[in-house]
Design a protein around this ligand. Structure first.
Ligand code: UGA
Length: 444
């Protein structure tokens, strides 16, 4: 069986490489020729642990190849997986222009019957529209089927999530086509759920929205902890021990970011507007997250009053550890606010500094280790829980900083350790540590 994957972003590339790994013949297509050249040489353009080695192995064993010619990508394919981006339109709805362009390209180049599998996250009803579009463009003797197969992998653990997926969702009204796609996944040995197309499309949005809800909920509880003197780590632990609630996605912090939760919650909200349905919880989830992203800045502002002439270090720039992705990362919003306040900013991230430099250029100082980032700083902000930051020796903060004030948006350190190291330490949903009356703003 020949598989083609359209789009070599996180989802497309991980899917293509993992399908090759389990023995399928895979061609990955992308319109970006530079990216295809890089990939053909066995180099991975994104930071995804383990992906480059797997890519190299499957290239050299001849099961994987890359092309930017759509004809070549479509001619032999029995299955075409579409994994192009569906970014956010200005009004929050899903932008389907890349998907439509990919479908047009497939329609023009198909010369045999094929099953088109849509992995891109798309509003309910899109797969039906794609089938209609394809039937309008393909040669009349050809037969295509369109299947919804949403993706649940996380950036930074894409390979693990593919090989240990909780479920593979296959949405189709054609049982034979559904079974054929299920067969492709069989070597992974993961549970398969077959549904109708619309339900599969909604499973994706509802899953991301539910996870985002868990995060916004625990962040609200964290804020309540700050008012009541409770400790969010203990509260989350106690809640998570109830198996009906579950331990995962109860980590309070500076809010969710990335290319998925922010965009998908907004796209789902747009979808509800279309159906004139008021999804109240979803609206609050989005609102709570956008407020949460500003929390650390306001805490610091309350203490410092003004950042003019202050040296601040931002540790962690990616929206989460083990990725270089800075889309909707809380750090980006914080840096923009601090720049408006004329702070002098140094930043550190083990993987995402380059992407931040593309955005802010010489406005920031880019440190290649924590030590250099925090040297002489009046305040440190922690925005991503990278191991390099979590395992940092706390004694070095007072040693290197002008004053050891740390605002931690990811609760990286134990309160007792922070106290013993002499840090003024303000985290999320926990008591502030060593806040002396001499510091401006006595709220903590
Ligand atoms: C998310 C979903 O977890 C995947 O299942 C889904 O396939 C993917 O979106 C997608 O739609 O493509 P991802 O965005 O890679 O994956 O990252 P997550 O690990 O889910 O984290 C998202 C954000 O939530 C991060 O900013 C993270 O710091 C934050 N988060 C996560 C919390 O603040 N608390 C938590 O307890 C968990």
């Amino acid at each position: 069986m020949e598989i083609t994957v359209f789009g070599t972003g996180y989802v497309g590339l991980v899917t293509g490489v993992c399908f090759a790994e389990i023995g399928h013949n895979v061609t990955c297509f992308d319109i970006d020729e530079n990216k295809i050249n890089t990939l053909s040489k066995g180099k991975c353009p994104i930071y995804e642990p383990g992906l480059e080695e797997m890519l190299k192995r499957n290239l050299s064993e001849g099961r994987l190849n890359f092309t930017s010619e759509s004809k070549k990508a479509c001619h032999k394919a029995d299955y075409i997986f579409v994994a192009v981006g569906t970014p956010e339109n200005e009004d929050g709805s899903a932008n389907l222009e890349y998907l439509e362009a990919a479908i047009a390209e497939i329609g023009m180049n198909l010369i045999r019957d094929a099953i088109i599998v849509i992995k891109s996250t798309v509003p309910v009803g899109t797969n039906e529209r794609i089938l209609k579009l394809l039937n309008e463009t393909i040669e009349s003797e050809l037969r295509v089927k369109v299947i919804s197969n949403p993706e649940f992998l996380r950036e930074g653990s894409g390979i693990l999530d593919t090989f240990h997926a909780d479920r593979v969702v296959i949405g189709t009204d054609d049982p034979d086509a559904g079974s054929a796609v299920a067969k492709l996944y069989k070597p992974f040995g993961r549970p398969i759920l077959q549904t109708d197309v619309r339900s599969a499309e909604l499973i994706k949005y509802a899953s991301n929205a539910f996870l985002a809800t868990k995060i916004s909920f625990i962040n609200e509880v964290a804020n309540l902890c700050e008012h009541t003197g409770a400790n969010i780590e203990d509260v989350a632990k106690g809640m998570g021990m109830d198996e009906r609630i579950g331990r995962q996605f109860l980590k309070a912090g500076i809010g969710y970011g990335g290319s998925c939760f922010p965009k998908d919650t907004k796209a789902l909200e747009k979808l509800t507007e279309y159906y004139d349905y008021d999804f109240k919880i979803l609206r609050s989830v989005i609102e709570v997250n956008s407020r949460q992203k500003q929390q650390l800045f306001y805490k610091a502002k309350e203490m410092f009053g003004s950042f003019q002439g202050k040296r601040v270090a931002v540790l962690g720039l990616a929206f989460k550890p083990h990725t270089d992705d800075i889309r909707e990362a809380p750090a980006i919003e914080l840096i923009a606010r601090l720049l408006e306040e004329h702070a002098d900013i140094s930043v550190y991230d083990p993987a995402a500094s380059g992407n931040v430099e593309n955005l802010f250029g010489s406005l920031l100082y880019y440190a290649d280790q924590v030590d250099t980032a925090i040297k002489g700083a009046d305040a440190v902000f922690i925005l991503t829980e990278w191991p390099q930051i979590m395992q940092y020796d706390l004694e070095r903060f007072p040693l290197l900083m002008r004053q050891p004030i740390v605002f931690d948006g990811r609760n990286c350190y134990d309160l007792k350790h922070a106290e013993a190291a002499g840090l003024t330490y303000i985290s999320v949903g926990r008591n502030a540590v060593n806040v002396h009356a001499s510091l401006k703003g006595l709220k903590y």
